[in-house]
Design a protein around this ligand. Structure first.
Ligand code: 3HC
Length: 283
């Protein structure tokens, strides 16, 4: 099936980053969220990113940026927004119950050949599909923040994902100029299971007073040639996201994934990172 139009559900950091990415590669997008305020903020962020990282650097023209923005329609009515699409990508909060409900509703209203993808960073695709009648069309397409610039897509095959859906999803992901790795369904897949351990251990070291926030990050960047230190990265992804991932991985795999207590304290104080303007650093 030819994918031309995509519905993205959830206009947060990941959702609007994915919208920008796919619209840049010529797809039409229906971006959905609960109210106009969230949607307008998302579109303003996309416009800012296009201008700052692409037009200002002469990677695209102002006219091309305008066309990309025109391909993105905003919609508060999810059921309308999925009517004429060939793929739905979910980027809502990491809550298994919420996602199971969402996918069973999407499965009930979308045409049978529409692919339904989750951008979950850690939750089992098989579990997400558990309430849906057609779990064969449900797949994990895991993007990385910032979605327009990161080079990888992690494709996750749920227990019931069909080979056809996996093949089309791979082709679609490659059309976004990304390298694709395919992973069998397991909590945290490959990437989140690895990066969570690094970021959580950095938070543990900060809690133990082993080094300052800055020095932990500098050590990691210069010793290993990482583009960002783990605490900076935790702020970028969201400390709430890492806490959630940690709680899930601990439940699935045991104590060695236990989230650092300061993550919980920070989330309680709304120190979520860049999105709340304060986390390990101030923004
Ligand atoms: N959008 C588009 N392009 C961007 C961008 C953005 N938000 N931020 C930076 N760029 C581009 C810049 O324009 C620049 O392009 P150029 O080299 O062609 O001029 C290039 O990226 C490098 O940018 P900078 O020189 O300004 O800054 P950095 O070298 O520090 O790069 C970064 C910024 C790309 C964000 C880099 O720091 C990085 O890769 N950090 C790690 C990010 C990461 O690990 N993300 C994954 C997190 S895990 C995840 O998302 C999964 C989730 O499910 C939890």
């Amino acid at each position: 099936m030819d994918i031309k139009k995509i519905c993205i559900i959830g206009a947060g950091i990941m959702g609007h980053g994915i919208a920008q990415l796919v619209a840049t590669h010529g797809y039409d997008v229906n971006l959905v969220d609960v109210n106009d305020e969230v949607l307008n903020k998302a579109k303003a962020s996309i416009e800012k990113s296009l201008n700052r990282f692409f037009v200002a650097k002469n990677k695209i023209t102002a006219e091309e940026a305008e066309k990309i923005l025109d391909r993105i329609s905003l919609n508060v009515n999810r059921d309308d927004a999925v009517k004429d699409v060939q793929m739905g990508i979910e980027a809502v909060f990491e809550d298994i119950t919420l996602k199971q409900q969402l996918f069973s509703e999407l499965d009930a209203i979308c045409d049978k050949d529409v692919i339904l993808a989750s951008n979950t960073s850690s939750l089992s695709i098989t579990d997400i599909a558990i309430k849906s009648k057609n779990p064969d069309r449900i797949v994990g397409i895991h993007f990385f923040n910032p979605a327009p610039v990161m080079r990888l897509i992690e494709l996750i095959k749920g227990k019931n994902t069909s080979d056809e859906v996996l093949k089309t999803s791979k082709k679609f992901s490659e059309s976004l100029n990304k390298t694709v790795v395919t992973v069998n369904d397991a909590p945290g897949f490959v990437t989140t299971r690895l990066i969570y351990v690094l970021c959580n251990e950095a938070a543990n070291m900060k809690m133990e007073g082993i080094a300052s926030t800055e020095d932990i990050d500098i050590a990691c960047k210069l010793a290993f040639n990482f583009p960002m230190g783990p605490l900076e990265l935790s702020d970028l992804v969201g400390n709430d996201i890492y806490l959630h991932i940690g709680e899930y991985l601990e439940k699935e795999f045991g104590d060695k994934y236990k989230p650092c207590p300061i993550l919980k304290e920070m989330v309680d104080k709304n120190l979520l990172g860049r999105k709340s303007k304060k986390g390990f650093y101030e923004y």
